[in-house]
Design a protein around this ligand. Structure first.
Ligand code: SF4
Length: 386
């Protein structure tokens, strides 16, 4: 098998892993990719912070792994054809793809072989060859391996535009049921703490391109009874304490020949509601206790946007758009961070008196209408539209 075929195989295998979702704020967005064919590269369109779109190759350095995570297609002992690159082989193969215009950016992960620290060394070696020897200046997202050391995390941060470590589960108990050989705090949360500490205490000039990379994580949702409340508690901690750019949620899909192969897949709507709720925590000034978890199972309602559910329970008195503070505006359905700022700017010029003036500001005025007053008057709305 030549290097290009090997890369196609690894990349196609990588696509069996949960895909990243779009990132709305200054990172990379990676739409869900359709299932890869055996011999196809996993290349998706990614949008960088400045709006630039690139072709992002998502792949592994090796699909060999000594760990046994219950949900994972690469787990030790699973029977499938594996492939491994050396750092130098991989870097040169990727550069050839880049020069042909097939890929412009790289998301590089790996199975764990000979320990997390040794695997992290190989990822770092690959990034050093790309950045140093081969002069690659494009986008690079590097995975941090469970068991990586602090110095390795810092070195990865000097080479990458983004780093990530997947928590997979919201807490120690759930991780035990998903991936019993991973240690939640010591191996997964601790590197995220180091990343935040390095960003806070070391000069940004030491990072790639003069700034420290953003950090993200991912959860596998719904395989072992984890509730949305548990997932949001951890997400809230990550956003507020560790300044994570984004948490990704991946609805569990059973993989043949794994211990969870008979567990039913998680409803895709659950993943969607978790994203909506996490944006409320990150961008809309909601607190964890604001989120409308069901008492029965501590999950979010599947059939309603969590912001709308909150508004129906809490916005019993309409909010005057011409006087409300930014936080109150952000809690109204149909109004987001940008449009809240647009309202604040517009009402300095003149009063907002009708729904059409809100529509001109980019607000989903019909969604907002049941919950607002415009200069003391309730705007007309139809129940069927919300
Ligand atoms: S360590 Fe990573 S690659 Fe290995 S089995 Fe677990 S999730 Fe899969």
């Amino acid at each position: 098998m030549d290097a290009y075929q090997q890369l196609k195989m690894l990349s196609a295998q990588m696509n069996l892993e949960p895909a990243e979702e779009a990132d709305g704020r200054g990172g990379v967005s990676m739409p869900k990719l359709s299932p890869a064919k055996e011999d196809s590269l996993c290349v998706g369109t990614a949008q960088l912070g400045g709006g630039q779109k690139i072709k992002l190759l998502k792949t592994l350095l090796t699909s060999a792994c000594e760990r046994n995570c219950y949900y994972c297609p690469f787990r030790a002992g699973r029977d499938f054809r594996r492939a491994t690159f050396t750092p130098d082989e991989f870097a040169r193969t990727f550069m050839a793809l880049q020069q042909k215009g097939i890929a412009e950016g790289l998301f590089l992960s790996s199975g764990v072989a000979a320990g997390g620290s040794s695997t992290q060394d190989k990822l770092i070696d690959t990034a050093e060859i790309l950045r140093g020897k081969l002069g690659y200046r494009g986008y690079l997202h590097l995975k941090v391996m469970p068991g990586a050391e602090r110095e390795q995390v810092e070195r990865a941060m000097q080479l990458a535009d983004r780093v990530s470590i997947n928590l997979e589960a919201p807490n120690t108990r759930r991780l035990q049921e998903l991936a019993p050989r991973k240690q939640f705090i010591e191996e997964l949360v601790q590197p995220l703490r180091w990343i935040d500490e390095i960003r806070r205490t070391r000069p940004g000039m030491q990072g790639w391109n003069g700034r420290w990379p953003s950090s993200v994580t991912q959860f596998v949702v719904g395989a072992v009874g984890d509730s949305d409340l548990e997932l949001m508690q951890t997400t809230d901690y990550l956003y507020r304490q560790l300044r994570l750019r984004r948490a990704y949620y991946s609805a569990f899909t059973p993989i043949r020949d794994t211990p969870l192969e008979n567990v039913p897949p998680t409803d895709a709507w659950r993943e969607h509601r978790l994203y909506q709720a996490s944006f409320l925590l990150r961008d809309y000034d909601f607190q964890l206790e604001d989120l409308p978890f069901e008492k029965s199972d501590q999950n979010l309602p599947l059939d309603t946007d969590p912001k709308l559910a909150w508004a129906r329970m809490n916005l019993l008195e309409p909010v005057e758009i011409n006087r409300a503070e930014r936080r109150a505006l952000l809690h109204i359905p149909g109004i987001g961070p940008k449009t809240a700022d647009a309202i604040l700017a517009a009402r300095r010029q003149s009063k907002l008196r009708d729904l059409s003036s809100l529509t001109k500001l980019g607000i989903a005025a019909r969604r907002a209408a049941p919950f607002i007053l415009l200069d003391g008057h309730k705007p007309p709305y139809q129940h069927t539209l919300w």
